[in-house]
Design a protein around this ligand. Sequence first.
Ligand code: CA
Length: 166
Amino acid sequence: MRLLLVEDEWRLTETISEGLSRAGFVIDALDTVREAEQALSAVPYDALVLDLGLPDGDGLNLLAGLRQKQSELPVLILTARDAVEDRVAGLDGGADDYLVKPFAMTELLARIKALLRRPGAALGTILTAGSLTFDSIAREAAVAGRRLDLSRQELALLAVCRTFLR
Ligand code: CA
């Protein structure tokens, strides 16, 4: 699974990137709306973790642009804006989930996994290519039903290559 994190507080970026990599995700981290838009048009991400207050604009505008392009990319907003109207604006703007800072890494991880398990999202399916099967929730790969003993990096690679699987 490949995630894009758009966040301009580098300490938070480090913490989140580390936590998510440990959970087996591949993370790209960017800190501006402009860079994020470029990356999103070039890379097929599985989910977006989006801060709202960014140096060159508001994450809500980036989100609006994505949804205008009919993108169904799962988006989790991560922000210090905790007023009810902010949450409503985020969810109305097309976010799938909204987490207020400060947050627990375990909760962020659980929420990302929940987003990825939704119908049509990246997790929740067993993918196959010939005799190879890959269970993206259990993170197990097998050939002809025999389980492969793969390292975390190999499984992450398989998850990234899943566009070649069905
Ligand atoms: Ca910020």
